[in-house]
Design a protein around this ligand. Structure first.
Ligand code: HSE
Length: 420
């Protein structure tokens, strides 16, 4: 029986999950890989911190050199997150011939191409399934099961923390701050949750997903990103009244022969498959020109689901080591296409408005040169009206809202892009 020795960098939520799965599922790992996994060394920032797992037989250190210089360690799991010092650690590990498995979306989205080249030059694996959608095996699935299909669109809920907050605000009467605190206690949020709620975390994941689905490297500045911090309980209730839920949606799709990539809170029809995704769960709806729509659903964050994705990469690497074929790219699909700049991404927008004098109102939009009479709904919102635009850019939408605000007869009560 062969033993593969592992190093781990980072022992937070995901690192702890990795240790637990290796300890609890030894028999299954042996049965599927023919190898035993042994964690030899773990690099942590704080050696004095109390850990609630069994670390017997494992060396704890705060020196990355203890792994880099250890020739016995063949696979290293990087789960410390963020870019510094993870980037220099991973470069040193790749240079010393270690295969690296990482969950680091910030790093892959920002410096992915350089690191992938680095890994290839050293004939070692660099795998990162856990970087997108936690426990959902979406990257390997796109790379392998869509290899012959043309993907025409990817739309998903890919941040567990923000989906948890929106679900709790809408269903359990929690305030934004209470829901965020719960998400942190559950180990869903990043150490600093700013990126979760600003949409940036989902933006990183969209950059990686787009690379797999469309073969295109998207600079982060080309991704239109908006977060959930401005969403109010009133917005959520208003969406419900009009038959929608508000979800933070990441999308990549061709628009006018260019690729559009965005992350923003959207009105999603209640009967849309993505409207049913709750709490920390994620879902990715992939449309292929042959296969049609396929949706992948599961826990998008959290200790064991994310650690399971890490272990999938570890066992894929064990297999590559056995076959002496490490060093292949995780995703081979690559092509060039023009990208839309962030402010040019287009959506239908849904507005709700209140007419101050209950008269019939007509909105004229310069952007699509047509007039539309607002539909009125006589419900308990009295004279609240809804208006749906043609596809317009963020810039056009903002101009339109400013104009409407200047209309004495109207008050805008909600304004969100619509998921088609
Ligand atoms: N903070 C992330 C989330 C963890 O909430 O989705 C998984 O990437």
């Amino acid at each position: 029986m062969k033993t593969i020795k592992l190093g781990i960098v980072g022992l937070g939520t995901v690192g702890t999950g990795v240790v637990r799965i290796i300890q609890n599922n030894q028999q299954k790992i042996l049965a599927t890989s023919g190898c035993q996994l042994q964690i030899k060394t773990i690099v942590v920032a704080n050696l004095a911190k109390q850990r609630h797992i069994d670390l017997e037989g494992i060396k704890l250190t705060n020196q990355i050199a203890d792994i880099v210089a250890d020739d016995e360690i063949q696979i290293v799991i990087e789960v410390m997150g963020t870019i510094d010092p993870a980037k220099s650690y991973i470069e040193a590990l790749l240079d010393s011939g270690k295969n690296v498995v990482t969950a680091n979306k910030d790093l892959l989205a920002t410096y992915g191409n350089g690191l992938i080249t680095h890994a290839q030059e050293n004939h070692v694996n660099l795998l990162y399934e856990a970087s997108v959608a936690g426990g959902i095996p979406i990257l390997r699935t796109i790379a392998t099961s869509f290899a012959a299909d043309q993907i025409t669109s990817v739309a998903g809920i890919i941040n567990g923390t923000s989906n948890y907050i929106l679900t709790q605000m809408s269903e359990n009467e929690l305030t934004y701050n209470e829901a965020l605190q719960q998400a942190q206690e559950l180990g869903l949020a990043e150490t600093d949750p700013t990126n979760d709620v600003s949409g940036k975390d989902a933006g990183y994941k969209m950059a990686i997903l787009t690379q797999f689905a469309f073969g295109v490297t998207v600079p982060l500045e080309n991704i239109f990103v908006a977060g959930i911090t401005q969403i109010t309980k009133a917005d959520i209730l208003r969406a419900q009244k009009w038959g929608y839920v508000i979800k933070l949606i990441g999308q990549a799709r061709p628009v006018d022969d260019k690729l559009s990539v965005s992350v923003e809170p959207m009105f999603v029809r209640k009967d849309h498959p993505l409207a049913t995704i709750k709490n920390e769960n994620n879902a990715v709806l992939v449309t292929g020109s042959s296969v049609g729509e396929v949706m992948f659903y599961g826990a998008g964050a959290g200790e064991l689901p994310t650690a399971n994705s890490v272990l999938n990469d570890v066992l894929a690497t064990v297999k590559d080591l056995q076959l002496q074929q490490t060093g292949a790219k995780f995703n081979n699909f690559s092509r060039t296409t023009d990208l839309l700049v962030a402010q040019q991404q287009k959506n239908h927008y849904f507005l709700t408005l209140v007419s101050k004098d209950d008269s019939r109102v007509t909105i004229t939009s310069n952007h699509h040169k047509h007039q539309q009479t607002l539909s009125k709904q006589k419900n308990d919102l009295a004279t609240e009206l809804s208006y749906q635009t043609k596809p317009i850019s963020v810039q056009q939408f903002r101009t339109m809202v400013e104009k409407l605000k200047g209309t004495e007869k109207l008050t805008i009560t909600a304004a969100y892009p619509l998921l088609d």
